[in-house]
Write a protein that binds this ligand. Sequence first.
Ligand code: H79
Length: 504
Amino acid sequence: MKRSVLFIVLFCVTTCFQGFAQQTTKERIPLKHGAHRIGKRTDAEMQHWRDYGLGQFIHWGVYAIPGGQWNGKTSTYAAEWFRSSGLITKEEYDNLYKQFDPTSFDAKQWARQAKQMGVKYMIFTTKHHDGFCMWPSKYTDYTIADTPYKNDIVKEIVDAYSAEGIDVYLYFSIIDWSHPGYTTGRSITAKDRKNWENYNPFENEEQKQKYEEFKTFTRNQLMELLTNYPRTKGLWFDGSWDGAWMKEAVWVDELGKELRTMHPGLIIGSRFRADELGARHIDSNGDLIDDYDQRFERNLPSTLAETGGNDWDCVMTIPENQWGYHRDWSLSYVKTAYDLIEMMVKANSLDGNFVINFGPDGKGNIRPEETKIAQEIGDWMTVNKDAVCGVHHSILEKQEWGYSTQKGDNIYLSVFNKPMNNQVRVKVPKSKNNDMIFVIEKAEFLSDKKNVIIKDGGRDKSGSYYYDIAIPEDIQKQNIPFVILIKLKEVNKGEKASYQQALT
Ligand code: H79
């Protein structure tokens, strides 16, 4: 009897597994140019990237000269898209570089400000969609070398930021409106995707030939950047949604491998290439392409599940969708330092890096509003950076008062919604062992290490336990987001009462 039960169980288990295996093998498409790795990168460079927490983006180019305005008219378009705004002719725009002379530019000062703000890495626009190169590329005349300023801005940036210990990543747009071989950037329709094998991005044979020149040009420029600036940690690609580029999955994949071979440790996000079936970011089997997910642009995930467990970054503008310098910031809501800090900690609590964009003006000045924000974030980071850098999501569930992050045994509670009763009620996780229970062993405010009172906050119907942490008066008065560092300890249920009594 027993034997037959065992047999039935074994039979069920094996058929289930077989069914599962069949299902997965049936579903997986043998891709050659999709993800080349399942799961996260585990090397030291990527671990370093994961620990940044906060980064700075800088959008700077000739679009900073008009700053969203021309002949007395203001564009509501993103300022770095000014060439397409309709307010300026293409000829006028393409000659702006002759006036580009940022006499106030001081890379060291920018880097000092970024350091004070607490950023660990920065991303710089070497070339935006207009094709203007902020480095003296030998493959085009449309570069900084042909401006009155002449100096290599990318070099100044890489040197100054690296000297401050801030890692540099190079933004590079695949879209290049200045190159005759670049195609129009026609967007892909659902119909195109369905019949991807036969999709033809070109209108004629000549266009197709010219695109070959564009590919060589793009490859040359990327090689040039990595050769000229060997301290670069990674490449942040943009404008890769063009059909012609997507259709080049094999070639682009080879290029990526070439770049990685010439620059070991290089970090590339998911916006560089499509797979051979035209899937971007997430390949046709559902796996992340390249090293981190770039889809959270100006848009944070709400849950860890939404991130798919991948590495990711969120790049964020201070006003609404303005990356380059726009003279008029009254067009949209302008985020405050605390708005940005809250988004940053939310990103960190979901295992992402948060990157705040700056758009310096045509003379090389960082605008006063941005400088103020940088200072305010820096002041906050000076006290609370432990909750941001080198952390990951915590074992606590999301709670109303804010977000929590963790490093080793340290759990950081970043409080953005201060309770009216000035008590932060913390729900601790349930122990896996029924006889055990988590207690808060220690709690301290990062800004004021005294006055910590922890009280038993009771228990809810589901059997979860709570603790109340009193907010000291000086912190109540400051009225800014604050961080409480706690340590949990697992104790026997019986021990809990006496343990808690000792604390209060
Ligand atoms: O560099 C920043 C943007 O310029 C770039 N990516 C970030 C990091 C970007 N390029 N394209 N897009 C973002 C999405 C396209 C938006 C567009 Fe529009 C909608 C282009 C034209 C209509 C936004 C609104 C830009 C101009 C008007």
